[in-house]
Design a protein around this ligand. Structure first.
Ligand SMILES: *[C@@H]1O[C@H](CO)[C@@H](O)[C@H](O)[C@H]1NC(C)=O
Length: 327
């Protein structure tokens, strides 16, 4: 687990030298590390112990994204079930039957209101809980939903992901329940934010521009990127021209916990070198339908502090209908 980092990383993002992150990750997080001060640090990920100790002291809603059946079997006390599925509270079919597109923001507002998320005052914080599996689709659910919440106008600092997901919670022997809490509905409404979403025309205008610091990152597995495997939703094998490969499955450790910021930064540098930085150029993330793209969007913006990242939600599914892929 990288629990301690989960608490310290937000403070570190972009502020402290990388060496501090290394020192922090070497510690083990246990109950005694969670001081009242630690409860003030609400970073991109929180540890199970942080959630266990701090949830009573904050206006915080825990959302379980696993299936309804998994939730019914066992869940974190007080958490609400809003499963992440391609057609769900979090996602809908888009024009031309594009899988996994943003739902109407009013629907997201309604779902959040129903489970007691308020905005702006008091502004409820949200912790997302995912399952863990291979392939890493369950892990990718939380960053995808975090992206949907950003689109629904929730400022990013209000959303965090439970490190290691539900298995991370049970591995610490923290309590679970089958009791379904009764929500106290509140009012959530905000202005939709599409500023970080780009369409196919934007991508077409920005391929082959690495010399200007514009990089396309492909979050699918290596064999999909190189065309030896063709996924169901893409019409052609290969990747969007000039894209580099950065498989999202490497974001997590085998137990579903998040790799350290330093490891994630090393992966990014391995793929793009120093051709793009926080202060130079732009990164466009995409994948098959938009799930793994959200994972890198979350890592780059929330964990590594890049603000020059946009997401192509249409991804390979849409691109391959209109343009050639590169092999
Ligand atoms: C594509 O990637 C897979 C997985 O890494 C690898 O086994 C395969 O040899 C690669 N194929 C080509 C043509 O590069």
């Amino acid at each position: 687990m990288i629990g301690s980092l989960a608490i310290v990383a937000p403070a570190l993002a972009g502020l402290l030298p990388a060496a501090a992150a290394v020192a922090a990750s070497a510690q083990t997080v246990s109950e005694r590390n969670i001081t009242p001060l630690a409860c003030l640090f609400f970073g991109p990920t929180v540890s199970p112990w942080w959630l266990s100790k701090c949830k009573a002291h904050l206006d915080l809603v825990v959302i379980d994204l696993r299936s309804a059946a998994e939730y019914a079997e066992s869940h974190i006390p007080g958490s609400f079930s809003l499963p992440f599925e391609p057609v769900s509270a979090w996602s809908q079919m888009g024009p031309g039957d594009l899988l996994l597109e943003m739902p109407p923001s009013a629907d997201v507002f309604a779902s959040l209101s129903a489970i007691g998320v308020s905005n702006p005052d008091p502004a409820t914080k949200i912790v997302l809980v995912n399952g863990v599996g291979v392939p890493a689709f369950p892990q990718a659910a939380s960053p995808r939903v975090a992206t949907t919440l950003k689109y629904a106008g929730i400022s990013e600092g209000r959303v965090s992901v439970l490190d290691g997901g539900f298995p991370g919670w049970t591995s610490e022997n923290l309590p679970t329940t089958t009791v379904v809490p009764t929500p106290v509905p509140r009012t959530y409404t905000a202005t939709e934010d599409r500023s970080f979403l780009v369409n196919i025309d934007y991508v077409a205008a920005n391929i082959n521009k690495k010399n200007q610091g514009i990089y396309l990152i492909d979050g699918r597995d290596e064999a999909v990127y190189n065309g030896s495997v063709l996924e169901d939703w893409a019409l052609k094998a290969g990747h969007i021209p000039s894209a580099v490969s950065l498989p999202a499955k490497h974001i997590w450790n085998a137990d579903g916990s998040w790799k350290s910021p330093l490891e994630l930064l090393a992966q990014l540098r391995g793929a793009v070198g120093y051709g793009v930085s926080r202060s130079y150029g732009k990164i466009i993330v995409y994948c098959g339908v938009g799930g793994y793209a959200s994972s890198w969007y979350f890592v780059l913006t929330r964990i590594l502090g890049f603000d020059n990242v946009v997401m192509y939600d249409g991804s390979a599914q849409e691109w391959s209908r209109h343009y050639d892929m590169e092999l």
